[in-house]
Design a protein around this ligand. Sequence first.
Ligand code: HEM
Ligand code: SF4
Length: 556
Amino acid sequence: MYHYDEYDRALVAERVAQFRDQISRRLSGELSEEEFLPLRLQNGLYLQRHAYMLRVAIPYGTLSADQLRALASVARDFDRGYGHFTTRQNIQFNWIELEQVGDILARLAAVDMHAIQTSGNCVRNISTDAFAGVAADELLDPRPLAEILRQWSTVNPEFLYLPRKFKIALCSASEDRAAVMMHDIGLYLYRDGAGEMLFDVMVGGGLGRTPILSQPIRKALPWQHLLSYVEAVLRVYNRHGRRDNKYKARIKILVKALGIEAFAREVEAEWEHIKDGPAELTRAEYERVAASFQPPAYPPQPAVDLAFGSALARDAGFARWVQRNTHAHKQPGYVSVTLSTKPGAAMPPGDVTAAQMEQIAQMAERFGFGEIRIAHEQNLVLPDVAKTDLYALWQQACAFGLATPNIGLLTDVIACPGGDYCALANAKSIPVAQAIQQRFADPELLQDLGEISLNISGCMNACGHHHIGNIGILGVDKNGSEWYQLTIGGAQGKHSALGKVIGPAFSAEDVPEVIAQLAEVYRAQRQGEERFVDTVERIGLAPFKARVYPPQETRA
Ligand code: HEM
Ligand code: SF4
């Protein structure tokens, strides 16, 4: 993984000192809350319902074991013993005292981490596939380009005051596991026949109150132009994006208003000025960064592993976990393991305790090369595990509540913090997620339902990405009480789709049973191996609606 150089370290250290000073001026009353607000947002510090929340960046979702230990120590010493991993590969601490933020940031800086640009109207954390560099279906490793984008976008003076926040994701596998199409800029990287790196650029995606999937703006752009092209898009947005109305300020609104062709023309005209300038990437620069992402020296593995085979045959729980929670690796004899943060009612989705973080750090060292990834679905990934180690790893993961075999299944819920923490919420998300997880606790039923994504947001800001869940749940407020509107048919990945509302909202108590009814319709209607989302696509909403809404009496 990438290691900071002295410039990176100096920048982060300076920022810690500067923010410490701003905090002390806020605490002494020298700065008002209004004056402090932009300063704290530039350092990832939000004010929530009960306390401050600190959002820490995990660039393209990659952590070292020591970094995870540092996060564990922050959770233990400054929070209530846990942290919350998010869909954009950040971690949030929900119970932070303002007085302590300087110390927290200093502790993070010691392991090359920070909270810069995790909030505010700037380019946010660059995100990618949790299996980057190791997935069997990967076309090329996106991490060097993600790191180049990170370096370029961090504290880039031209783009620190955009009309609104800006999110960039990239992926380079046959399957898109980075939700590229709901980002402001999405990049699909691949190689041409001659082995040169190219990328297709997508623009104008975003969820929130106006959900829009991105559209292609440029196909097959040579890699040397990564920064200049992204810069051209950002310049057009910076110049023409709306600043008069926060709700219409994202790039998706500009792209929609101009139309993709007109927007693309603006970008191309801007790009003409800069494409052959200093922003053009050189092979030397690419290679300098790529050197940090060389594959580890994988010890060769036996072609046949009898112990692994017999463990699979002997232990059905282990076999189920291997089937659900491991992912095909480039290297023969290895897999990537997903540690589920969704045990059900025991823990809100994405929450991990300090003790679990320390265990995961230790597992990453014992069963890998000391690296951990954060998945878009709020789970943690150990990228490089030899199959021979899986049984031992599984036992350890079971002991720490990290081995729920539900990756990709209905209980692998994505949920925002909702009304339990968030000052913007219309409704709670976590208890609804937990009630659904409880309703579907039966592993047989869960397996039988197969792949279903279920996403919950506590308000229309859509932090839980409810629009792109196969089943989406949105908390709504009706006369001061909490209700839940359901969508079905949403999807992420290369075939992203926005879900459609099935009808009037339900009460929290009814939601688990309504989901169960939707699942029953699917079970009755599916053909062969068809997934839930494909059945919805084939038969439409009507059969689902008919089941969950009692028939209206019709008057003659
Ligand atoms: C509790 C603190 C949080 C606050 C105050 C907050 C606030 C917001 C707001 C206002 C938006 C809408 C932005 C827009 O449309 O311009 C948003 C979007 C989003 N948030 Fe959060 N959020 C919080 C926590 C989270 C968490 C925990 C996650 C991940 C689980 C998350 C992930 C996202 C994502 C992925 C989007 C956006 C989608 C898009 O591009 O439109 N947020 N958030
Ligand atoms: S979706 Fe709404 S309730 Fe949930 S975290 Fe985002 S802003 Fe808060």
